[in-house]
Structure formats: C-alpha cells, structure tokens
Design a binder for this molecule. Structure first.
Ligand code: HEM
Length: 160
C-alpha cells in the first residue's frame, strides 16, 4: 500500500468508528432512554439501563480509541497541527473536544464516580435522574452531530 492509501484507510477506519460510536449514542438518546422512561418503572428500569448502557460503554471505549488513533494518524500525515490555531477550523477543535469529553467520561469519570452516583440517585429519585441523564445525552449527541457535519464539510473543502 502507498502512503496515500494508508491515509485513506485511516479515514475509512475513522468514519467506521464514528458511525459505531455516535450511532450508539443516538440509539441510547433517542430510543433507549425515552422507551425506558415511558414504559418501565422502578428497579427494573435501572437494571435494564445499566445492563444495556454498560455493554455500550464497553464497546464505546474500544471505538473511542480507534477513532482517536486514526484521527491522530491523519493529523500527522496531513501535518495539520497549525489548524488548531485558526478559528475557521472550529470543527477540528470540536471533534477533539467531543473525543476528550467521551474519553474522560468513559475511562475516568464513569468507573470512578458516575456509575456509583447514578446508581444511588436513580434508586432515590428515578424520574429526576433519568430526566437529567436524557438531557446530558441530548447535549452530547447534538455536540457530536455538529462536529460530524462541520468535519464532513470542512474536510471536503467548505470554507467557514
Ligand atoms: C482526537 C480525536 C480526533 C482527531 C485527532 C480527529 C482528526 C481528524 C482528521 C485529521 C480528519 C481529516 C480532516 C481532513 O481531511 O482535512 C478527520 C475527519 C473527520 N472526523 Fe475526526 N478526529 C477526531 C475525533 C472525531 C470525532 C469524535 C468525530 C465525530 C464526532 C469525528 C468525525 C470526523 C468526520 C465526520 C470527519 C470527515 C471525514 C471525511 O469526510 O473525509 N472525528 N478527523
């Protein structure tokens, strides 16, 4: 494979990662949480959410790494570091920010703090806790979709 083909392979891997990862976030946000809030009560809701979100979190950790490494490889190949100095490349900042937020949540905050916090809060006040969880997911999904739209346009020549 030529260097250029390696670059294209990295782009393909990057996008497969994004599809799997943000697609999963979209499913949890627009289907799983609303369905649980509407149809399932009490402890069963918490158990089901932890089971399904827990499996997704495991997958998301792997995919986050793949997306991050393929993105890093592309920056190195493009020698595009100075893009971070220019506001018109806001989509590069946003992609990186989305990655940093998810990495912090999945690798540090969730295992150390959020898992226990969510469990105690959801046992005490399930309605409020699931409402908060839904708002946070909507926020992260929106940020991710704006990053995807900006990166698609920016990487294909749109000048902001
Ligand atoms: C550390 C994290 C990340 C790095 C270093 C990174 C880096 C890059 C680079 C260098 C490109 C190619 C830009 C170009 O061709 O001019 C790119 C493309 C792209 N990235 Fe990321 N990225 C990261 C995370 C993300 C995340 C979290 C998302 C989704 C929310 C994302 C979505 C995209 C999309 C949609 C493209 C456009 C691909 C195309 O149309 O060819 N990236 N990324």
């Amino acid at each position: 494979m030529t260097d250029y083909n390696y670059f294209i392979a990295a782009r393909v891997i990057h996008i497969l990662g994004v599809v799997f990862w943000i697609g999963g976030v979209a499913f949890v946000t627009t289907i799983l949480i609303p369905a649980l809030r509407k149809n399932i009560e009490g402890k069963q809701r918490l158990d089901l959410f932890e089971l399904l979100e827990g499996r997704f979190a495991f997958q998301a950790r792997i995919v986050t790494l793949i997306t991050g490494f393929s993105g890093l490889y592309m920056i190195i190949e493009l020698n595009a570091w100075e893009r971070y100095l220019h506001p018109q490349f806001w989509w590069m900042h946003l992609m990186t920010l989305v990655w940093v937020i998810f990495t912090m949540v999945l690798f540090i905050l969730e295992p150390l703090i959020l898992h226990r916090l969510f469990h105690t809060q959801a046992s005490k006040n399930p309605a409020r806790t699931f409402a908060v969880i839904q708002v946070l997911h909507i926020f992260l999904l929106t940020l991710s979709l704006v990053a995807i739209a900006g990166a698609m346009a920016g990487a294909h020549g749109y000048t902001f």
